[in-house]
Write a protein that binds this ligand. Sequence first.
Ligand code: NOJ
Length: 555
Amino acid sequence: MSIRATSDQWWKNGVVYCLDVETFRDGDGDGCGDLAGLTDRIDHLVGTGVTVLWLMPFQPSPDRDDGYDITDFYAVDPRLGTLGDFVELVRTAHGRGLRVIIDLVVNHTSDQHPWFQAARADRSSRYRDWYVWADEPEADPALGEVFPGDQQGVWAYDEATEQYYLHRFYPHQPDLNVANPAVRTEIARIAGLWLELGVSGFRVDAVPFLLEMNGIEDAPTVDPHEYLFDLRQFISRRRGDAVLLGEVNLPTEEQREYFGDERGGGLDLIFNFAVMEKTWLSLARQDATPVAETLSALPSVPFDCQWASFLRNHDELTLDQLGEHEREECFAAFGPDPSMQLYGRGLRRRLPTMLANDRDRIEMAYSLLFSLPGTPVLFYGEEIGMGENLEVPDRLAVRTPMQWSSEEGGGFSTAPVDRWPAPMPGGDFGPDKVNVAAQRRDPESLLSWMERLMRRRNETPELGFGAWKVLDSGVPAVLAQRCDWEGSTVLALHNFAEEPCEVSLTLEGLDDAVALDDLLDGDRHELDGPKAEVALGRYGYRWFRVVREGVPLQP
Ligand code: NOJ
């Protein structure tokens, strides 16, 4: 298709920002973040350059997996507000040009969900087949535990009805049986409600687990991806430009099927776990080779699809796709203390603490994130460089309240800390040192720098829409990428090493190149032919647009 599709494919150019309502801002002083508090801070998000808000689950929940254990898919957790508050939030966001997507967590429910309660109360309940039961589950290597150490297998025995039920996550999260047409209808109805209330799509939780039929007796033998295509079609019928952003933590070759191979029709965006993990390995080694190789091997994605790039999210920094030695290297570099590690595969830390709060290196990492082929996804607090609180258990260490100011309660809440979801960190990362209010007033702050970066990313459609490739920079520490789109070329260079260096690049097919316009510092570098010599400082980074003879400069 040749039409200029930049506004149609809104998910390809922009910045996604993930937050948990519970920890963002407490509007009513009860110690718990809420929708009203978040609505008050929409201008902060829009002002930084965020274009899509992703809300982690906010439905009623016993909160044993921080809301990823839902008891009512059609309501708002009363601690966070009401459906009315949700609509006010969405309307306010839309008024500022901000889209809202929400988590769709339908691989499982909470064991407190009325469906599961009915299913386990009576074998003849109409909800019995909404879950996956077995008399004597067979050991199946394809059914592994997701939280090793916190789970004893994936089958739990239900004393009352004398059968086992499947739970790929915690035992209090029984898996729904998606082979059951009634469950599929219900999932469509759930998506339908939130689409009707204005969301622009969903971050789909645990997609491979949702689709898998392992363990289901008499499961149909059709390709499980077919269900994803059905769901996609339903969503498109309800709202043509709604997206599905999928959590598919698999090697990239396997992720392709979830896009719908070449043809599309599945997920529109998929988190790029492989590139994220290799980026951390490259950071640990001060060598861009691992991430360069992974980028070069990425399969192409369909026209309407896109990778979602991230460096940290709300879970542990999983390094499960790395080899054991590679993972050990990352652990040694970024989380040597066992208290920082989780499930034997990840780190429960935020980016700035892992990078020893080294501003040069932090900027390089985010500059890279924003120039990778894909749509960047930030986790709340990344824009100000928040750290984790290791006193808070497990993955929750990185989900402490947003640090708004240095006043008591960090601007998050006026309630005493013991009523909060989790305490903020102290020391160098406490709210007196790291907060929005102070950084807004300081043009040199990380927040001010991030705002400039986000603005630049949004104004550089070559990165979101272009054809890209990794260039040979001649220096192993440097990742050099080139993006071409509609006759315009952007180069992004990142030095993973502390040692400054110089790279030499050949600009193939750009014989009319006359200069490089530095998109981040505004300088212009004259060229003498289609060759560029570029100096990069300690953890240096540069984005250039190639200036061509007779083609007017863009701002
Ligand atoms: C993936 C989510 O990212 C994680 O936080 C959650 O615990 C599991 N899915 C289960 O829903």
